[in-house]
Design a protein around this ligand. Structure first.
Ligand code: CA
Length: 224
């Protein structure tokens, strides 16, 4: 066996989806609608959504935070995995994109579990801390503007409970992080955060080559 991740060509990727991802009809509809959107590439992949839902089940998460909703594929995936008492606080800056998300939350029957907060996430995250939500969330997912990734990392880490799980999307950034000639703000921000997480004593982490790279960062409980 190879000592690195298998390369997913189109054929093997199609197999992975068809043979292993049991995507609910409502999510398939949302994915197909979003694929026609000009920014459709921002939507997470189906196997990533399944993985994130599975992580929620695995840790028994009830309080979930999402930074970056877009049209709602990831939030719908996660909300479907929550127990009925669960809560997902969803942050986004776009009323237009989240109209689609809200429509699908209704269709999926999870709208009552999701609290949408529109505005700049840096301010909304601070509001949550001011409202006493620090240390309350079991799981958080960051998938928003890359230039602010370190700020979102620090704020969501504060909002997570000890032992909580932080998921960060696009951490391989289409391969640009490995190309030294790529020095744009977004690539540099992601590269810097990868480097920071590697030696951050507050967390233990792993970066999985799922879709565009998904970091799984566990907030340590023993150092707090
Ligand atoms: Ca993303």
């Amino acid at each position: 066996m190879a000592n690195k991740s298998v390369v997913l060509d189109d054929c093997l990727y199609a197999y992975l989806l068809s043979a292993t991802v049991n995507e609910p009809e409502v999510l398939r509809q949302l994915r197909e609608e979003t694929a026609r959107h000009p920014y459709g590439g921002m939507q997470i992949a189906p196997e990533q959504g399944r993985f994130m839902a599975w992580l929620i089940e695995l840790i028994g998460a009830q309080q979930v935070l999402e930074v970056g909703v877009f049209t709602g594929y990831s939030s719908t995936c996660m909300a479907l995995a929550l127990p009925s008492v669960g809560r997902l606080v969803a942050l986004d800056i776009s009323a237009e994109h989240t109209q689609t998300a809200q429509r699908y939350w209704q269709l999926a029957g999870v709208a009552e579990r999701i609290e949408l907060r529109l505005g700049h996430a840096l301010e909304t995250l601070k509001q949550l801390m001011d409202e006493g939500d620090s240390g309350r969330f079991d799981l958080a997912f960051i998938d928003a503007d890359k230039a602010n990734y370190d700020n979102y990392y620090e704020q969501t880490l504060a909002l997570l409970r000890p032992g909580g799980l932080l998921l960060i999307d696009n951490m391989l950034w289409g391969g640009k992080v490995a190309d030294p000639s790529e020095v744009d703000e977004d690539t540099s921000a992601i590269r810097a955060l990868n480097s920071k997480i590697k030696t951050d004593p507050r967390v233990s982490a792993v970066l999985l080559p799922v879709a565009d790279g998904l970091s799984l960062v566990r907030k340590r409980g023993d150092l707090l």
